[in-house]
Each structure stands twice: as C-alpha cells, then as structure tokens.
Design a protein. Sequence first.
Lengths: 323, 114
Amino acid sequence: MSPPLAAQRGRWPDAPRVVPAGLLDGWAWGYTSGAFHALGHRFGVRTTDAEIGAYLGWAFAPLSRPGPASAWYSLLDCGPDVEPYLLYWRDRLVMRHESPAVVLGHLLWHVNRQAITGRPDLVLLHAAAAERDGVGVVLPGAMEAGKTTLVAGLVQTGFRYLSDEAAVVEPQTMLLRAYPKPLSIDPGSWRLFGDLRPQVSDATRPYLRRQWQVPATAIRPDAVTATAVPRLVILPRYVPGAATELEPSTRAGLLGELARLTFAFHDAAERNLTVLAALLRRCRCFRLTVGDLAEACTLVQRAVEDMSPVEPGGLARSTGGRQ
Amino acid sequence: MKELPIHEQARSVPQAGGDVTVAAAYVPRRRTDVVELDMGDGFILYTADASLVHHLNPSAAIVWQLCDGRSSVSELARDIAAEYGLDEEEIRRQVASLVAEFEALDLLVDARED
C-alpha cells in the first residue's frame, strides 16, 4: 500500500490516528535506522528529514543492536500544514504538533516510558548512574535535581556512564545495569557543555530547541559501561549560588526518598523496598548540594577514592566517616 | 511516577484533650503484615495497605521491637527503665504515648483483644 498522494507531496492534514498496516512501510523515508534496545523496548527510527534521522541514529547509538528493527517510530514532516510534525509509534499517531521540538521530545519520552514500564523484573530508580574504579554511583533525584548535568560532568572527568534517567537494579545480583540513553541536556546547562552542541544545520536546529540529546560516547568513545557494583548513593540537588557540599546521610534516612523515586514502586512495593534496603546497605550514602559543577564532580571523585576495596561477598569495609 | 504518600518519623499525633496515649495495661503486639527493615543506622517500617514508610528513631525502634504481645505497657516501661537506669514513671508515659502513635498508624494492636 502506498502513502496518500498528498502526503507524499508533503501535506497530510487528515493523517489518521491509526494507519493501515504497511502504509508507513511504503513511505519514502529520508533516514531509516537499525535496531535499538532500551532495556526491554526494541525499536527503530525512521524520518522524512534525513538530517534529524541521522542525528537520532547518532544519539541512540549506545542502544544499538545487530539486525533490523521490527517496530518503528516514524517521524514525519508534512509541512506546511498547521501541525506538520507527526510521530507514529507502530501504526498509531502518538503526537502531532506545530513544533518539531515538541514532537521530538515526545519521541524521547515515549522511548523512556516504554523502556521503564517494560521491565517489571527490575527495580528502576529515577536516578543517574555512573562508575569509576569499580565503584558504582547512584544519583537519585526528581526532575530538575541536576542529575543529567552532574553525570555528564562526571563522564567528562573520566567516569563511565550507565544512565541519566534510570538506575537499573537487578534484584537477583544487586548489580547496576546500564540504560545508556542519550543525555538529555536542558538549555540551562548548555553553557557548561559547549563542545557537545549538536552539529546540525539551521533547518534541523528547531528540533533541538528544548533539549540536546547527546550520547555519552560523544564525550568519550569508551564512556559507556554495561554494569557496575553499587557502592555510593548520592542525592544531588542543584541550588544556584549555593556552596557545593557533600554531607553523609543515614541509610534509613534515604530509604523513604528512594521509594518515592522508584518507578512503579507500588506495583511490587515489598519487593522494591527490600531491594532498595539491600542497595543502601551496600552503599555509603550522601546528600550533595551542587552550586558549582566542577566542585561537585571533585567531591564525588573523592567519595569514590575513599571507598575501600570490596571484600569477598561484596560488602564494603568502612574506612571511616561513619554515618 | 506515583509518589509514595508519606515518609515520616514516628511522632505524636495530637488529639483533643492532650497527648494521645494508651492504658498501662495495654499489651502491644506488632501487626504481622508490617514489613520491618533494620538499616543498621535506623529502623524502617512499611505498611502495604497504607503505602507508608516509617523511619523510627533509635528509642522508638527499641520499643517497637519489644511489642511482642506478651508484655503490657507498664511491664515494658518497667523493664526499659531498669535496663537503662531511667525513671519508670517517665518511661511509662513515653512508652504509652509511642504505643498510641503506633496504634494510630495501624502498626500494632492490643493483644488483649485477640
């Protein structure tokens, strides 16, 4: 089945909410990706605009897997309609808007949601995560806590990247698993990462008006790690102009906060609470007030350096700084 | 993401007429469906039906762990006071108040009613 003639000419005002099977497969796509895996969510991306397609392929590269994709996000620019930007997931229209940035943002949100809700066997914290010298660092925080900025800064200083959105705890092993989605850098942090500015044409830049999507591999080719042993839990909080401080916290004092920051906590509350408690018992815990990114990264690095080698059985031996 | 409703310390729930309390003969027994987690640096209770996480301070944790349905409030207070060399009457008042808080939060029951 071929797309409607009007749509092929760039106008599709009556784009259906559900397209007939195969319709989008016959589109003249400017870009078609391979397969990506975001935790259990498998997808590909195809776009009418070749440049934004290539950009997404680059941003999602750490999620790439061999072989073709079998389910698609289809991003169409059907200008000059009133709402020319369309996003389909499989055969369903999930977003139509006049702003390409809104539609692109929805694509990223949809990927995240599908990834996070698709793995009830895992415990997923709303957290960034990184690793250095065998020390996994979990950085839980609500929106605007500064997780992405902090983890991007850490990667720049040599940490390896697991995620900026979801710290994935595998209950059977208590290991951190990577969800190396693109770093979603907000405009407020663009000045800190000028060398990560997307290299796109002016025609494509409107897609990136709300956020930059940057793969950790753009910071360093070997930046992504698959797993880490959690040893530190550090709750960041960005406070403009504040003194940057790292303060020890009790494990019991953080458990309730981590429960609030666990995706779908109530779906398996007792299991999740038990896993969070086990995670905290393995870790030294801190609260980090971030006024300056470089200082915050230095403090996190020192906390890593203060960790003793892991004893057999996986329990850390305390070297001081009792909480 | 659904937010866990409350994370709170065990504390007094004021009621009309003064501090909440229970009778000295009250025999507190922990509910078996309360999840207990000893974090090493604090004690956590979780009730699934209320979706509440309670962070107990060390004193509250001691009292909680003694609520086994075999001793009355006055007996618990006597034992605690003797163990720590404290004033029994003051400890009885504090234990009664704490047990009342636990009951108000649906964490324990009076074993005399079993």
